[in-house]
Design a protein around this ligand. Structure first.
Ligand code: HBI
Ligand code: FE
Length: 279
């Protein structure tokens, strides 16, 4: 059964992945033999550049977990990562052709399965790509799934997503995902550090998010975060900061239904901070 592709935002380009070969739950097989020498070399070069940038900018928990990703000089086989990952936190990664709709996405997370795009960017896109590719997903998202507290938060997010979908509140919950799992900052003993995958997989945004005076940095607060819009194709203008992954997990304790009700009537905040003009 061919499944419909999904595209982030208003990008007019058709999605890159081959959705025709995806299963009904949007997962597909990682066709490891299909990767070219150029694909492996792109992965090797991206890994080499990003891992050199991490000290002093990336969360120490991320740096400690990164070696669990395994091979650095070519694209890893997902089943090799899964042997370690399942032993560590009972998570596994599954290949998908790219972005997938919200309900299949939340369903995978709720079952401790993280969807990892199976194609890699071209050398021409070495410095920037809008859609998440295998490097963004593997390097950005997978290492912290080896961290038990963070891994439990991601499953809670998936469970919450299925409830939010039923309540028509996905946009508010997607902001929590965006400002934590994708673009979150954390205060560690060594100082401010990045833990969001979108930052960790970006050579430009990693130093910018932690060191630039331009963006505003606010303490993560559920309702403020859920009311703050975001942009998908530029550095963030607002980052939200946590003090620990336990704080993220505790945030998901209460039922969000009354939060959604309260926020529905309130104005939203623009990505750069002030209250947005009513849309
Ligand atoms: N699909 N493969 C993939 N990866 C994501 O991170 C992703 C997605 N679909 C939707 C999505 N993220 C976000 O909009 C969630 O907040 C729903
Ligand atoms: Fe991502």
């Amino acid at each position: 059964m061919a499944v419909e592709p999904v595209v982030y935002g208003a990008s007019e380009r058709p999605p890159r992945g081959d959705y025709a070969r995806a299963n009904a739950d949007y997962t597909c097989a990682q066709d490891w033999a299909a990767y070219t020498a150029q694909d492996h070399d792109t992965y090797r070069r991206l890994y080499e550049r990003q891992s050199a940038q991490l000290p002093g900018l990336a969360s120490e928990a991320f740096i400690a977990a990164l070696p669990s990703l395994g091979v650095k000089d070519h694209i890893p086989r997902f089943e090799e990562i899964n042997e370690r990952l399942y032993r560590a936190t009972r998570w596994e990664i599954v290949a998908v052709p790219g972005l997938i709709p919200e309900v299949p996405f939340f369903t995978l997370l709720a079952n401790r399965k993280f969807p990892v795009t199976d194609w890699i960017r071209t050398p021409q896109e070495f410095d920037y790509i809008v859609e998440p590719d295998i490097f963004h997903d593997l390097f950005g998202h997978v290492p912290l799934l080896f961290n038990p507290v963070f891994a439990d938060y991601v499953q809670r997010y998936g469970q919450g997503g299925l409830k939010a979908h039923a309540l028509g509140a996905c946009e508010m919950l997607a902001r929590l995902y965006w400002y934590t799992i994708e673009f979150g900052l954390i205060r560690e003993p060594g100082g401010l550090r990045a833990y969001g995958a979108g930052i960790l997989s970006s050579s430009g945004e990693l130093p910018y998010s932690v060191q630039s005076p331009e963006p505003q940095r606010l303490p993560l607060q559920l309702e403020r975060t859920m009311r703050t819009r975001y942009k998908i194709d530029s550095y963030q203008q607002t980052y939200f900061v946590i003090d620990s992954f336990e704080q993220l997990f505790q945030l998901t304790e209460p039922d969000f239904t009354p939060v959604y009700e309260r926020l529905r009537g309130l104005p939203e905040f623009a990505a750069h901070g002030p209250l947005a003009q009513a849309a």
